[in-house]
Design a protein around this ligand. Sequence first.
Ligand code: PEP
Ligand code: MG
Length: 949
Amino acid sequence: MLQFTTAQIAMGQEAVDKSAALDLLAARLVEDGLVAEGYLAGLQAREQQGSTYLGQGIAIPHGTPQTRDQVFATGVCLMQFPAGVDWGDGQIVHLAIAIAARSDEHLRLLQQLTRALGEGDLSVALSQADSAEAVLQLLQGAPRELLLDERSIGLGVAADDFDDLLWQGARLLRRADCVESGFITHLHRAEPLPLGHGLWLVASDQAVRQPALAFVTPQQPLRHLDRPLAGLFCLAAHGEAQAPLLDRLCSLLIEGRAQDLLRASDVRAVLALLGGEVPGDWPSARITLANPHGLHARPAKVLAQLAKEFPGEVRVRLVDGVGSPVSAKSLSKLLGLGARRGQVLEFSVEPAIADALPALLAAVEGGLGEEVEPLAALAPLPSEPVATTLAAPVAGSTIQGVAAAPGIAAGPAHVQLQQHFDYPLRGESPGHELQRLEAALLQVRNDIEALIRRSEVSAIREIFVTHQEMLADPGLAEEVGLRLRQGESAPAAWLAVIDTAARQQESLQDALLAERAADLRDVGRRVLMQLCGISETPEPKQPYVLVMAEVGPSDVARLDPSRVAGILTARGGATAHSAIVARALGIPAVVGAGDAVLLIAPGTALLLDGQRGRATVDPATEQLEKALAERDRREKALRAAHARRFEPAVTQDGHAVEVFANIGESAGIDAVVEQGAEGVGLLRTELIFMAHPQLPDEAAQEAEYRRVLDGLAGRPLVVRTLDVGGDKPLPYWPIAKEENPFLGVRGIRLTLQRPQVMESQLRALLRAAGDRPLRIMFPMVGQLEEWREARRMVDRLLAQIPVSDLQVGIMIEVPSAALLAPVLAAEVDFFSIGTNDLTQYTLAIDRGHPSLSAQADGLHPAVLNLIDMTVRAAHAHGKWVGVCGELAADPQAVPLLLGLDVDELSVAARSIAEVKAQVRALGIEQARGLARQALALGSAADVRALVEK
Ligand code: PEP
Ligand code: MG
């Protein structure tokens, strides 16, 4: 992303006119290797179209779309002109910021810039600045405005004590995007200050993004430190930004008006007393911005000029943004919105100039001086691309999907399609809309209550209890109430609030909050269905096959396993969450079967084979009977396998394979051993870290690892060191946002950057081990040096904490590691192949991709060849190889992995008995022959067909 640094700033420049200044700037961009010489023509052409003067003595020259191909790299150069340069119309520039950008990255920079610039004029200060640092200071250090508006006030919130109330205040600030997630911890540590009359103030300047004040009052009077607690100010402090507000608050207290504050029954009254931004009952209207490069300088200037023609205030905000409305008359504020094509602007105007609204909307629709392609003319890509050319599968046809959860299921199709909601944006009256909303909420609450009573699995019950809590969140109700009072309809207000809250949670890159966001959307959709009068298709009476585009984890959790015989989805892959949950619930599932399945008529008879990944539509009677007979046979075989679960897995010709378990927590270890595990082949330690609210210290970790080793009673434990980053963020370990997190700082790359975390994990492991068999492996190794650095760390610690039975190895999850296996094998003690990631990186398909992940099949010959290389390299050095990805439990993969001479298979505990039984039915020589044939094939489908034969 573009950012300002002192190295980009050239001080004390001179230019007789704008054209000379552009020459200087272009020459500097060329010198910095950012652009080709032809970019100067772009700078000049852009100024011809309209001046790039921004205000406050600053101009932002940049090229035109036609000269984008002259840009080698995105960047900026800044030049100070102390004597000033006339930029046209008598506007004098003291700082020119020339931007080299291939797309519209410069909008972000403008946003940063205009956020930093206050209302005052910087011209003189910029002309007098005597160092690059001083210029930077002026650009970045301008005082930031304190936020105090309806979003930061919570009256009568449910709170049992001071801490609860504090949390509510901090939450409001978090929602308004003023503070980081760690702010609450800092606030907790701060000393609360009693202000008298039951008012308290607590402040922190840590983890603050924008200075802001929240004010919360409890539903019923509370006490804190033996004093009354009737209202709490939570201050996110920043420099001097809060000084005027605190002065005002002091005067209020000195004048004896604290009671006015506590008696205020609505947010407006509180804001009026504190001098905050009072929401007005102003007419408003929305429009979608269609300008190709968003609201950049030129259209923003046109809009500001138009707004200035009206004798009253004109405000505008981004509907899906978190910022407050800004004056449409201020160019810098408009640019600060960072509005992009497709985003919705909401204008609100003083009632006296209500006629400004149609003019503003017409101007935006007309492109604000730019040619725009109307949004409607762009064929929107359907979110559920059920193309018209698709036809429903005919009776008797078989659809091939991805085998996601084994088992055979038969029943009528219960097709659930994503509903489309249609509703007016404006409501009849606030009272009427509120009534509608309350009725909808009550209905949904009752439905959820019934689901809670029905759920037998506690984890599923908890999901619904969370949904109930979300519905009862007073913060949501307040925000919706505010929108209703501004005239929005109940569905529009409800959806906007849910959407904003969910986006905020998603943007935190916090796995837990992101899950909560999915739940929030889920429960939000249910209320919306009530409001729009859409009812769910009633469930068939008999056990059915659920057909959906994609099943989210909470959808699966909603299912009643006794009613859902099977699951068939159009999208998704075998490693998707929903597939994992389906396996855990023991429901046969075929996923990624293509959009045609969404056209199956409800009630059509379906037969699913979750093991082979097939669905048959309206099967013939004999086929159905055959399949059901096979199901019975399979169930019988499973019972027999279970009876022999403690016996080793040895092929008919005497070749033994170890069958271990994959686990993610220490608690269930006894049950895992009880399922027949000969050891643990993968302990995903990040799941243990995720279950702790903060980084577990060494002692806490040691206790967790010791518990697993104790439970294993001498069986080996293979532990993977912390594998976070990518799709697995840790809430308390902030990782910079990355464009491609799967290709970013994850696994060993991350832990090597924070060696103290890895060292403490290794120490805890070594301490817990004693004389028990411990195997440590590192995730996502792609380079020899990563392995060596990690190994050196282990050796250093071993000198302090000796253990008697330790092996150190790596996971093979990155193709480079498999290709380097001949080199790595000389140094490691073992390899464990993580086929989930190895497949993702070999085939370049995101393992969670909604439509492509179905093709991410680990039986692709490319993946099998990498496995083969790895095993041969390891065995040449006398080292062993395990497989711990989902593939190890795939019945079609087991013969091939065996035939490739893999030594150990590590699978989910419930698959252990079945995998062992399958090995017992095979012969090693026959499996080796099959594997050799598979290596020479061209696709995963061909490999599966070969095994099937
Ligand atoms: C794998 O990638 O196959 C693996 C076992 O690791 P995870 O699924 O935890 O990324
Ligand atoms: Mg992995």
